[in-house]
Design a protein around this ligand. Structure first.
Ligand code: IPE
Ligand code: IPE
Ligand code: MG
Length: 240
C-alpha cells in the first residue's frame, strides 16, 4: 500500500468538541494538543517522515484576545513539556509561519526546540501564524530583494526557483492533506504546496481523531489514482 511521505493536517473542531461537552474552547484546544501526540505516534508507526500541522492561521489572530493568549500559552507549554519527547523519539521540530508575530519568549522557545532537534530525520512542522498567501507574499518579497541585490536574475524565476523561497523548501509537498470537523475548505493552508495533494475530509473533530481515523485516511489515499495531470497513475515516487 502506498504510504505518503508527508501528511499535512488542518486540525479543526476543537471549539465544537468543547462546546458539545459544555466546556470552554480552551479545554478543546488542550484536548487537541493530546491528539497531536497520538498522531505523531501513528505517523511513526506508518513510516510517514514529515507531518505538518496547522495550529494557528494568520486569520486566527482575530479571535477573542483570551483565546489567542490561551493558545499561545498552550504552544509555549507544549514546546517546553514535549522537547524531551521529541529528542527521545528523534523528531525534528520546525515552525513555519510568520514567527515575528509571536512573542519574543515564544520565539526563543521555538528556536531552542529547533536547535536541539535539528539533527533528526523525521520532522514535525508546526504551522503557527501561518497563511498560504503570507508564505507566497514573503517568498515574493525575498525574491525581489535578491533580484535587487543582483543575486538572482528575474529570467531564472520559474516554479522550482520560486519554491526555494518558501518556508521549508527542502520538505517534499504533502501527498495527503487531512481536514477534521467536516469543513470543505482549505482556509489558507499550504496554497502553493497543495497543488497536487490528495484531500481527505472527516467529520470527526480533531480531539477525537484516533488511529482508526488515521488508518481510514491512509486507506483512502492508497485507493486514489494520482495522475498528476497525465493519463495513468504515476509510478510511486514519481512526484517529489
Ligand atoms: C481548530 O479548532 C484549532 C484552531 C484553529 C486554533 P477551532 O478552534 O477552529 O474549532 P472550531 O472550528 O471552532 O470547532
Ligand atoms: C483553520 O481552521 C486553521 C487551523 C486549523 C489552525 P479555522 O477554524 O480557523 O478555519 P475556518 O475559520 O473554519 O475557515
Ligand atoms: Mg475551526
Amino acid at each position: 500500500m502506498a504510504t505518503p511521505s508527508h501528511i499535512a493536517i488542518i486540525m479543526d473542531g476543537n471549539g465544537r468538541w468543547a462546546k458539545s461537552r459544555g466546556k470552554q474552547r480552551l479545554a478543546g484546544h488542550r484536548a487537541g494538543a493530546d491528539a497531536v501526540e497520538r498522531v505523531l505516534g501513528y505517523c511513526s508507526d506508518a513510516g510517514v517522515k514529515y507531518l505538518t500541522l496547522y495550529a494557528f492561521s494568520t486569520e486566527n489572530w482575530k479571535r477573542p484576545a483570551a483565546e489567542v493568549s490561551g493558545l499561545m500559552k498552550l504552544f509555549s507549554a507544549y514546546l517546553k513539556r514535549k522537547l524531551h519527547l521529541f529528542k527521545k523519539k528523534q523528531v525534528r521540530l520546525r515552525v513555519i509561519g510568520r514567527r515575528g508575530d509571536l512573542s519574543p519568549a515564544l520565539q526563543k522557545e521555538i528556536a531552542r526546540a529547533e536547535r536541539e532537534t535539528a539533527g533528526f530525520d523525521r520532522q514535525l512542522l508546526l504551522a503557527v501564524s501561518y497563511g498560504g498567501r503570507a508564505e507566497i507574499a514573503d517568498a515574493a518579497r525575498r525574491i525581489a530583494e535578491d533580484a535587487k541585490a543582483g543575486r538572482l536574475d528575474p529570467a531564472d524565476i520559474d516554479e522550482a526557483a520560486f519554491a526555494n523561497y518558501l518556508y521549508a523548501p527542502d520538505v517534499p509537498e504533502p501527498e495527503l492533506i487531512i481536514r477534521t470537523s467536516g469543513e470543505m475548505r482549505v482556509s489558507n493552508f499550504l496554497l502553493w504546496e497543495c497543488a497536487y495533494s490528495e484531500f481527505y475530509i472527516t467529520p470527526v473533530l480533531w480531539p477525537d481523531f484516533d488511529r482508526a481515523e488515521f488508518d481510514k485516511a491512509l486507506a483512502a489515499y492508497a485507493s486514489r489514482e494520482r495522475r498528476l495531470g497525465g493519463v495513468e497513475a504515476a509510478p510511486e515516487g514519481a512526484k517529489k
